[in-house]
Design a protein around this ligand. Structure first.
Ligand code: IVH
Length: 669
């Protein structure tokens, strides 16, 4: 090894240790200056010697300013949520239910419930290889580059006593002190403030620029280890092991042997949590033994072996100054209470949600009333009651829900059985028009590179009145607007050109048809295969599609009955947007794998693991995570997991390689 290489390696090891002492153990061993000097020295050496590049080097935590789009990744184990309880009575029910189901002694691990953003970290051979957000529980965003900037997350594990492959889950948090600092900074720069640390953490992690993420000093507490070869058969044991590997495992977790132990834990932390550096909103109780967890199993939404107890939300009293009515993208009108600013659970509250007309009516609100404001888990606090005793004779007008749209004056309507009023003037009401365009351009829809301000400018200038107008924009139009330079105008043109390749299902989602979200759009695209067929679909045909109900079907029909929408879609067709599934996807609709259950294991050379998963589904097969009696085939690559191999052999499940699989579906590369 050259002396430069040795120097680089020793600096890396030293810095990682400093990081660990500082961020995990909270006991710094060197001064900030010393740390910064060493980091700088390492950065310079790495720049001079790119041949020693290492993605796990401490310098990678600083974050480069290269923007990075997030790709979506499927979770190996779905990320479920927990059942919530709010009273000691509910906790007792959980405890007794567990005792009854298990019918043997058990232990409960009590932990704090951290109020941040859940994250899944995948380690292979002791290295962090991927960090994925919860997303919809099945798929999340790959945020590895951003997560690497969080210093309390080890990029390389300590020792060598860890499984070859495992997942660890926890919460990404923005400590209160950082949250306050960030909001002070934003106030100075007249930027909108973050409502709470969870919001700020989530906004930060979704930043496209890792250097900004690094500057915000996020932290991560881990609370759940998953995998096939875990060191212990208890939850607690695995967390203790993970602590040895270098993770920040909260040291407030306790093993409870009785219901009383659980109550004591709750009583203590309900008060003590106010002194913690991070936000918590409850307690999590988990059955300790993994065998018992397995016996208890899961419902479709959450594990039966765990439960969350939510602390009572904090309350404040303040004056209701006025109520405004906001009109959203789909015309839904939301009432918002403007309050005299009040401090509530650590943040200043100025606005609160009033939800809908029924709630306003039930509260019997008057302007000038003193109202009770509560902050539960939700981002926007809500008004839960009126302090009638403090209402004097000078109280203002009774708050009534508007019956005309505050933006365009159209009479509001309410769909049978729904609480919300909406403005039906979808093509003439400014916030709806702008909202539709904003939705159309978002990343998950057409991914056109403009934000709400540009949409506003283009609308105000009269250039864009609907989404089809975007494709008729000219560079000269843009240059006639303030703040537009040649380069940004060309970028927008390029982005519009690129959007012509966006697949049909996303085009369908982008149209913003009421109730047609991403998943529904995917289903409809697969079922009808082209816009033309979808436009002609009858109500019966629509509801016969899996998971498409009457409400969605009616909304789709209504959309395509409106002449203005028809014209819009036909213009989009003319401009060249994708209006059908590509040929290969249509071919792939064959069902050669129908009824067959696959497990994928190992690494592959011809296609990625995700591509194989997609192929299995496309050809009608089913893909599962673990080998069981129901498994028909194991699609095995290099280094197949030993436990899967053992199980497959025992159960006599057929193991096939990539070539054999591709031959099954006759798709060659
Ligand atoms: S365990 C299958 N433990 O609360 C069990 N979750 O609704 C997985 N959370 O999505 C979760 N602190 O983001 C667990 N000590 C803790 C937690 C915790 C916070 C979050 C987590 C989860 C949500 C549950």
């Amino acid at each position: 090894m050259s002396s430069v290489q040795e120097k680089i390696q020793s600096l890396r090891a030293e810095l990682e240790l400093y990081n660990y002492n500082y961020y995990v153990l909270s006991s710094p061993t060197v001064s900030d200056k010393e740390f910064d000097d060493k980091l700088k020295e390492l950065q310079e050496l790495e720049e001079l010697h790119p041949e020693y590049y290492d993605p796990y080097s401490p310098t990678q935590r600083v974050g480069s300013d290269i923007s990075k789009e997030f790709t979506q990744v499927e979770h190996q184990y779905p990320m479920l949520s927990l059942g919530n309880t709010y009273s000691e009575e509910d906790v007792k029910d959980f405890y007794e239910r567990t005792a009854k189901s298990l019918n043997e002694p058990f232990e409960i691990v009590a932990e704090l419930k951290y109020d941040g953003l859940s994250i899944s970290l995948i380690y292979e051979n002791g290295k962090l290889i991927r960090a994925v957000t919860r997303g919809d529980g099945i798929r999340g965003d790959d945020v590895t580059t951003n997560v690497k900037t969080i210093r309390s997350i080890p990029l390389r594990l300590h020792g060598n006593n860890f499984p070859e492959k495992f997942e660890i889950r926890g919460e990404i948090l923005l400590p209160w002190s950082e949250f306050d600092r960030l909001n002070r900074e934003r106030e100075e720069q007249e930027e909108p403030l973050f409502a709470n640390p969870r919001n700020a953490a989530s906004g930060t992690l979704k930043q496209q620029n890792p250097a900004i993420v690094a500057s915000r000093h996020l932290d991560a507490y881990l609370y759940y280890v998953l995998g096939e070869e875990l060191p212990s058969d208890t939850h607690y044991g695995n967390l203790e092991a993970a602590r040895q590997w270098g993770f920040k495992i909260p040291d407030v977790i306790r093993i409870c042997h009785s219901l009383q132990d659980v109550y004591d834990y709750i009583a203590y932390w309900d008060e003590a949590r106010k002194n913690l550096q991070v936000a918590t909103d409850g307690i999590v109780l988990k059955v300790n033994s993994l065998r018992q967890q397995k016996n208890l199993g899961f419902t479709s939404k959450s594990p039966r072996w765990a439960i969350a107890y939510k602390f009572q939300a904090e309350r404040a009293v303040t004056r209701l100054n006025s109520v405004s009515f906001q009109v959203g993208r789909t015309g839904t009108v939301t009432p918002v209470a403007n309050l005299e600013p009040v401090l509530l659970a650590g943040t200043v509250v100025k606005r609160a949600s009033l939800h809908n007309a029924d709630i306003i009516e039930k509260l019997d609100l008057h302007i000038g009333d003193n109202v009770f404001v509560e902050k539960g888990g939700e981002i926007i606090p809500k008004i839960v009651g009126v302090d009638f005793d403090s209402r004097g004779i000078l109280v203002g007008e009774k708050v009534r829900f508007v019956n005309k749209c505050p933006e365009c004056g159209t009479e509001l309507v309410r769909t049978e059985g729904e609480a919300a009023f909406y403005c039906p003037n979808e093509n003439g009401c400014p916030p709806q028009i702008k909202g539709k365009i904003e939705h159309f351009v978002t990343r998950r829809a057409m991914d056109i590179n403009i934000g709400p301000e540009t949409v506003e400018d283009l609308y105000e200038a009269g250039f864009v009145k609907n989404v089809a107008d975007l494709y008729e924009l000219r560079i000269t139009d843009l240059l006639s607007l303030e703040r537009w330079a040649e380069k940004s105008a060309r970028n927008l043109m390029e982005s519009l050109r690129k959007s012509l390749n966006v697949p049909f299902e996303r085009v369908l989602f982008a149209l913003g048809i009421r109730y047609v979200g991403e998943t529904v759009a995917k289903r409809l695209a697969r079922a009808f295969q082209s816009m033309e067929k979808l436009e002609q679909a009858t109500f019966e045909e629509l509801v016969s599609v899996d998971e498409i109900g009457e409400r969605i079907a009616r909304s789709v029909i209504d959309y395509f009955t409106e002449p203005r929408n028809k014209e819009l879609v036909s213009r989009l067709k003319k401009y060249g947007l994708q209006m059908s599934l590509p040929e290969d996807a249509l071919q792939g609709q064959s069902e050669v794998l129908k009824g067959l259950v696959f497990v994928i294991s190992g690494t592959f050379s011809k296609h990625s693991r995700d591509e194989y998963k997609e192929m299995i589904e496309r050809y009608g097969g089913k893909n599962t995570g673990s080998v069981s009696g129901k498994t028909n085939f194991i699609l095995a690559g290099e280094n197949m997991g030993p436990s899967k191999l053992e199980k497959a052999t025992k159960l006599g499940v057929k193991i096939i390689n990539e070539e054999e699989f591709l031959r099954m579906i006759e798709e060659r590369v």
